[in-house]
Design a protein around this ligand. Sequence first.
Ligand code: ATR
Length: 276
Amino acid sequence: MKRLYGIIGDPIEHTLSPDMHQFWYHQDHVAHHYHVFHVTKDQLETAVQGIKALGISGCNVTIPHKVAIIPFLDDLDDEARMLGAVNTVVNKNGKLIGYNTDGLGFLRSLEHHQKYHLPDHPQVLVIGAGGAGQAIALTMAKYGARCVDITNRTIEKAVKLSRSCQVFCESNGISLTEAENGLEKYDVIVNATSIGLSEHDSLIPIPIENSKSSAIFVDIIYNFETKWLRLAKQQGKRTLDGLPMLIFQGAISYKHWLGHLPKLNDMDAFLRNKLE
Ligand code: ATR
């Protein structure tokens, strides 16, 4: 049977999710459709009721609704409960269940890149304690990091997030200066702030120089190569942009909806082509 899926957010024009999911529907020979729904904050509750009323099978949730949607859902899975945010809703016979695939999407994207040969229990620095930083820090902490340190412009948020991570591993909320001085410690250094989001942004999240030679620099921005990743590459560091994370979070959502993971082989090239 043909089903309807979609994404709700504001702004939402530049999302790659429809291209990605339609590609997978085509690949899997199913006739489902993935629609973009522009939903403002004041329309959120009505929009969620609409998912039920219209029999929409599921949707992705993006900025600014990932936290605000929770009271309107019928249940949450463990990952969404831990992160306090939802990026995927499944309509199970009229009950709306919230999931979060952002953190696992990040983790799988790191693992997938075999060339990175991560240590089994890496030491991780997360720069940014907003929604994305939380998902990444908590997931890395839960799934095997030896230590997850967090730094953030507003340090209180980094300290608060580190307390939640301490349930799983060693974790500290630290200042940017402390992070910079101790950069040598980390195997994975992640930018989860919006620094660099504009192509002409001259700021970088943290200087690269003091890091160890095997460190991996990850920026979750995927629209273009950020100045920070370009500099890291120039200094011979290993880098990973945000596109694989986007693909893996999408693939895990797809599995929640259709029951199996899509084939991922061609997606990276397909989306990079769209971004050109
Ligand atoms: P997201 O859901 O994408 O993570 P968010 O929750 O708004 O978005 O978080 C944005 C992150 O970028 C935060 O860590 C924010 O730092 P604050 O908590 O201090 O606001 C960070 N950020 C945004 N602009 C920044 C800037 N100019 N310098 C440093 N950090 C910045």
